[in-house]
Design a protein around this ligand. Structure first.
Ligand code: AMP
Length: 302
């Protein structure tokens, strides 16, 4: 089943203890769709400016990413700059220039309107809602990411979007902020009252946790000797997670657990190099090999 994503396609400037890049292709929807395209066909909705060249767009070529919904508007593409701390667990946003994203009104091409699997990447909750309103029928899975900025500045709009969300995929700080609960399990129960049936908490180098009903499932982050750039890890995780679910078309407990592993596998590739460099060159066989490695990593007998 095909998968729809709406979110940023961007240029990023990134500084980590391993180096500095002044301008590289990025954006939540870019990481998401490249990752998910290893599992299924992806329909991309977003906007770029006239500085977005054919070479930039080539990241989507030769993959199962449809860019009919990637609008081109006069002006500059969304720009984000961030710096990571020495241990890379903290990130400071230095610049956010919305540019063409400022006036963006997403329009779903007719071919995307029957989407059953939808990922609303981190953007204004009203834009997330407007995409949902354009979808015909009842989607099977709506997953959503958001950030502190929207939690603080547009709480009402976010609550409305959450009412239509099945899976919320956020980090631990955002989980605590939305729920006003420090304990993540209690936070999950609070979030379930807002609409979502499942919560995926992304915890960087500590892996990710899935809570649904009264069940909990945890995956570690793949142990790597060197992480070069964590940018996009969360969106890549979401791409692996949703890409896998859409590829099997089912969302039972076993599928959700496998989706967590594929999310973690995909995220672990992204952080190995700067920007999209690792994902760009990834082979399907490498994904399967790392997923098998994951299985060994977490196996034990009682
Ligand atoms: P992640 O590291 O998974 O949280 O995502 C990083 C990506 O999100 C970068 O490539 C940025 O271009 C993009 N990004 C950062 N801030 C925003 C924002 N406010 N809205 C949309 N996308 C953003």
């Amino acid at each position: 089943m095909s998968l729809l994503v709406v979110g940023s396609v961007a240029f990023d400037a990134v500084e980590t203890p391993f180096g500095k890049v002044d301008r590289m292709l990025g954006g939540a929807a870019t990481y998401f769709s490249v990752a998910a395209s290893y599992f299924t066909h992806v329909n991309l909705v977003g906007v770029v400016g006239d500085d977005f060249t054919a070479k930039d767009a080539s990241i989507f070529h030769g993959r199962r990413v449809d860019t009919q919904g990637l609008e081109r508007a006069p002006g500059k593409t969304f720009f984000w700059a961030g710096r990571y701390s020495e241990n890379m667990n903290e990130r400071t946003t230095l610049v956010t220039e919305l540019n063409v994203f400022g006036d963006f009104k997403p329009v779903l091409p007719a071919a995307y309107q029957a989407s059953k699997f939808i990922f609303l990447a981190n953007i204004h909750p009203e834009l997330q809602s407007s995409v949902l309103h354009q979808v015909d029928g009842r989607p099977k899975v709506v997953a959503l990411d958001t950030m502190n900025y929207w939690i603080e500045s547009t709480p009402k709009e976010l609550r409305e979007t959450l009412r239509h969300t099945h899976i919320l995929m956020i980090n631990d700080a955002e989980t605590r902020q939305i729920s006003n609960e420090h304990n993540l399990l209690r936070a999950a129960q609070h979030i379930f009252k807002l609409g979502p049936k499942a919560l995926v908490i992304k915890r960087g180098e500590y892996g990710a946790m899935l809570v649904y009903g009264n069940q909990v499932f945890s995956v570690p982050a793949f142990p790597l000797e060197q992480v070069h750039d964590p940018t996009g890890a969360g969106d890549t995780f979401a791409g692996g997670f949703m890409g896998y679910l859409a590829s099997v078309g089912r969302t039972g407990p076993q599928e959700l657990r496998r989706a967590m592993v594929y999310g973690s596998v995909m995220g672990s590739f992204t952080v190995e190099k700067f920007g999209l460099d690792r994902l760009r060159a990834l082979k399907r066989a490498e994904i399967l090999r790392r997923a098998r490695h994951f299985s060994k990593l977490t196996q034990f007998t009682l």
